[in-house]
Write a protein that binds this ligand. Sequence first.
Ligand SMILES: [Zn+2]
Length: 168
Amino acid sequence: MTTTGSDKFCASCATPLEMRQQDGQPRPVCPACGRIVYFDPKLATATIIERNGLTLMVRRAVLTGYGLWSMPGGYVDRGEVVENAAAREVQEETGLLVKVQHLIGIFSDADNPVVVAAYSAQETGGLLAPGPECLEVGFFPPTDLPPLAFPRDAEIIARWRAIRDSTA
Ligand SMILES: [Zn+2]
């Protein structure tokens, strides 16, 4: 767990917080006023864009998984429509404009704060080029993906192929 300002000091009385077992988990608690900090999950998107049976992947130029590949995606801003966040991240990372089509699923793991909303999307325009947080972009066979930053991406692609094949 990373420590930030919000979990170092009490937001009510500025007393340094202490980690205590609370409601079944260790949580920052204020020893002076009893305020408890509950951490929210973080929502991210991942988007599958297919071209001629290949899946669009980006090679990451950011610290988590640097040099490895993932589907285009990123964090949803508070107040942002999730589908719009998915399309925005695709454009920022790959240059492509897309129309978000189907929710593939919501993916979460125990002890992982990041929850991923995975979508499929259709290209509508733009020019394929890596954005500032990417080293490369490219299309890959879904059965022969490059080294993945997040093993979950393979699960998302497999889920999408199963959904698509069952409705074809
Ligand atoms: Zn307090």
